[in-house]
Design a protein around this ligand. Sequence first.
Ligand SMILES: [Zn+2]
Length: 573
Amino acid sequence: MKFDSSGVAAVKARADIVEIVRRYVDLRPVGGRLVGACPFHQETKGSFNVHPERGYFHCFGCQASGDVIDFYCRINGLEFREGLSRLADEVGVRLDSGRPDPRAGEKKRLRQACLDMHAVADAFFRRCLASPEGKAARDYLERRGIVPEVAAKFGLGYSPPGWQALEDFLKKQGFSPAQAATAGLLSKREDGRTWDRFRDRLIFPIRDVAGTVVAFGGRIMGEGDPKYLNSADSPIYRKGDHLYALCDARPSMAKSRRAILTEGYVDVITLHQFGYGDAVGVLGTALTPEQIKRLLGFCATVDLVFDGDGAGRKAALRSAEMLLAAGAACRVALLPEGEDVDSLLQTRGREAFEACLGGADEGLRYCFRAVSAMARKEQITWAEGFLGKVGDANLRAAYAPRVAAALGLSEAGLRGALADAVVRRQAAVPASRRRESPGLELNPRERCIVTFAARCPEYVPALRELGAGDYLSGPAARSLWARLAALGDGDPRLVFEELELDFVLEARRLGELTDEARRELFEEISGFLRATRGESARKELMEAMRRARAVGDTGEEMRLFAELNALLGRGDE
Ligand SMILES: [Zn+2]
């Protein structure tokens, strides 16, 4: 299904691109446009341009470009549809009709009230941490080695033990207990009685990617269960959507192109304190697809740092599978048993942590090692399950031989089982949610090459040199290639027809590749192109030799034979 284009147009008309970009980027006017430092790659120059009249942004550094919806999706790590519908909600457009949503005003007010209450609660908790009541929490931070400046940077607070402390404070600021319960700050019984959700806890504010507090996490200070408690879902917070400290880690991640992903709040804060500014946390749930999307908006490699115990190893396996399936590179570092990130750093320093990172396994290799302990049948189930999760066909084709080889399975058998699994999975997805096929007739090799050319335009000249143009002979592939080759750093919207444009934009939405991944993919493709080229040259030579032999021209035959050997790289053997 396509979204009604009037809905898309209405969102673009009502969402102010400048207002939305300004949430993340400082913009200054230059001529008729606005310029700032790109949020999608590390720079200070200000290659990022916004054209308010045309409703369009473009970065000369990393070639990111698009309209307000593209920007919103990319910065929030959302897929187009999801981003569009959230943005539509924000600006009050009903997507099915493109008309203003009659309930939009009310929804917007509710959201705003929730944000305001969180800002009030945030200030309240911080003040409590600094007050005499917060002594135990301050002592706890000291014991964990967190210095006050870092605690302040992460906005740590304390919720007093009373049942109505925050409730009373919010009331004074004009918020009713019912409102505060909707915001997830108070708990509410069926009879309407309300009380503070967080009591006697060290408070960790959870911020969205723009740095706005949308929820809290709390660690109990005295005895009691649960040890960690997070906000309930609310109009501004959905469990599993956010990563702890992502807004703080974003600038470092853009520079290092990786993220350190770990489990606990204190671990993340300690990592930052020790100079690992690209650390983020998973916030008390297993890693979710939404979190992965958010993360991969800013980096391409994820270092998973988990506990070395059974639970940690299991969580690492699951997280690595998900990251690999999403096309990210990942490494898995397990902590020595009995240690966690913060004890390791606090007692043994950066070197010990670096040693731990240095011993990390590449993600897929880690999975193989973890799976090798399983029974044969379970291994096969795992292999099928893992490959079935890989949405991108090129990626699946790249993983399948490695999986087959590592587990001693036949690749053909694996592919067969996999094809069944993919069909089953497709059937289980309602038709309305099925990803639209780009609709171009491309065989897998052609698709792989043109996808790469669309994602990494800087390699187009090298591909041309290797004869990609000759290889891409199907009509769809030929046309797409010709336009990609002519595109340079131009705007694809001006060059491509609808289906092709969908294909190119979809390819670019796959996310950015690291330089290393680009080189690797290029090597793979160039190896294949060279081999193909060699194969047709070999056929021609063999044919010419056959003709020379038929007419008894031994000299010509020997010359061709030497040429053939040179082509096959065999020298004079
Ligand atoms: Zn950029």
